[in-house]
Design a protein. Structure first.
Length: 463
């Protein structure tokens, strides 16, 4: 049987694509209009409606809820947040520690709400295991582990080769670091369950309703305009499609494969009984999970960026990318060599120019936004949504400042990406450098990070 390519993602093939809700029937009004029906938009609607039940909230979604990254990601609910180190430099170490603690708590919050709303998203809290399989990766892993402890994650543990193999037998792994602040989940089950919960609270969701322009108090669509005192942009990797937003966040592509269900004989050679989410310390890093039905879902960068900030067509993935991910799977787990790849797909994630996730409410215009998660959005969207709730309640006089509104990522401003062709050349050059550095490190006995990767980090603004 051939590999299914695209069709949104395996997660939707696994559970079925939802029947779209009705589009916007014409001009309308709301107290809050949310543009984007992914995790950010739906969590924001959820928390606002819970806090102020009488609010008239409208969510506008171009396709269907979860069509974008929320229905295509790797299912990592974990405590990573893009930009923490930069926020430490800008606002001080203690402020960044508070941000990290909020992210640690967010993992618990998502699990709590899923249970409360009876959303069965295959959540299994096995933590996050990140492995190293070259000397350079091991040096970075140890540094990473030390830094995470310095940001308050004292329950993180460091493992050598033997202890790593007791968790997951990754071929050639020489060490790992594990945090309990993570869980595996089924992304599409979470987002569709959340949409149902939001709708049950009385929030209006219009799907098949693309927003073409956002301006103060207006969200413009082909079917009419929604007018609202607050208009929130929650569009992540699809932000560049909005008028005037072409260079705001870069839509970075990420691709995934998932195997057929693996037999017990193969799992006996791999382990992975704790069902941790799995990552590595490569520059062009991978992310993986053991699914509820005993497949391996594994992702990484394929074609990192399309010219002009274009996005893909329903997740279709280049054959060369599928083959590269299959080769990576076999290198990590040699006993999967004869395993069929059941499905491959791609999606886009939002990347700001300084690689920092942000939450903003412009009190002079009522425009707000959250995103730029750089691939760490499954949990970060929830923290962003609760922060947007608090910012709106503060602005409308319903409450004062809160611990969340004081976090250092609030109202952070970032410059725009370069125009084309500089944008395309820069991103493709950066990932070519990272792949070259990974290849060199695989055969090098030296513990230091390859100079090519250090150069790419400086040029990209990641560090």
């Amino acid at each position: 049987m051939n590999t299914v390519n695209g069709g949104i993602s395996f997660w939707y093939a696994n559970q079925g694509t939802p029947i779209p809700r009705e589009p916007l029937p014409g001009d309308s009004t709301a107290d809050v209009c949310i543009v984007g029906g992914g995790y950010t938009g739906l969590w924001t609607a959820y928390y606002l409606k819970k806090a102020v039940p009488f609010l008239n909230i409208t969510v506008l979604e171009a396709k269907f809820c979860g069509y974008g990254a929320s229905g295509r990601n790797g299912g990592w609910l974990y405590n990573g947040i893009a930009g923490r180190d930069r926020y430490a430099r800008l606002h001080g170490h203690d402020a960044a520690v508070r941000l990290q603690q909020a992210m640690n708590d967010t993992v618990d919050e998502v699990i709590r709400v899923a249970a409360e709303e009876k959303i069965d998203a295959d959540i299994h809290r096995g933590g996050v295991l990140e492995v190293a399989y070259t000397p350079a990766q091991l040096a970075r892993l140890k540094d990473f582990h030390t830094v995470e402890i310095a940001f308050g994650e004292t329950d993180r543990t460091l493992h050598g080769a033997r202890e790593t193999a007791e968790r997951i037998r990754v071929n050639g792994a020489v060490g790992s670091t594990w945090t309990p602040h993570g869980a595996r989940l089924h992304p599409a089950k979470l987002v569709t369950g959340l949409a149902d919960a939001v709708e049950a609270l009385g929030v209006t969701i219009h799907e098949s309703t693309p927003v073409t322009e956002i301006r103060p108090k207006h969200a413009v669509t082909p079917y009419g305009t929604v007018r609202a005192p607050y208009v929130l942009r929650c569009t992540e990797g699809f932000t560049a499609g909005l008028k005037g937003q072409k260079r705001t966040w870069l839509p970075m592509n990420s691709s995934m494969i998932v195997t057929e269900p693996l037999p017990a004989s193969v799992w006996d050679t791999i382990g992975w009984n704790g069902r941790e989410t799995l990552g590595d310390m490569a520059h062009a890093y991978m992310y993986a999970q053991r699914t509820a039905d005993d497949r391996i879902a594994l992702g990484g960068r394929g074609v990192p960026y399309r010219y002009g900030s274009a996005t893909d067509n329903d997740g279709r993935t280049q054959p060369a990318t599928i083959e590269a991910l299959r080769e990576l799977l076999i290198r990590l787990f040699p006993t999967t060599a004869g395993t069929r790849i059941a499905h491959a797909w791609s999606g886009v994630l939002g990347v700001p120019r300084d690689w920092c996730a942000t939450v903003t409410l412009d009190r002079s215009t009522g425009l707000g936004w959250a995103g730029g998660y750089v691939g760490s959005g499954v949990a970060t969207t929830n923290l962003a949504a609760r922060t947007l709730r608090d910012l709106i309640q503060q602005d409308s006089g319903q409450s004062g400042p809160t611990e969340l509104t004081a976090l250092p990522w609030v109202n952070h401003r970032v410059r725009r990406w370069e125009p084309e062709p500089l944008r395309w050349l820069g991103v493709h050059g950066m990932y070519a450098a990272y792949r070259a550095a990974d290849r060199r490190e695989l055969t090098s006995p030296r513990p230091g990070t390859d100079p090519i990767a250090k150069m790419a980090d400086r040029l990209s603004g990641r560090h």
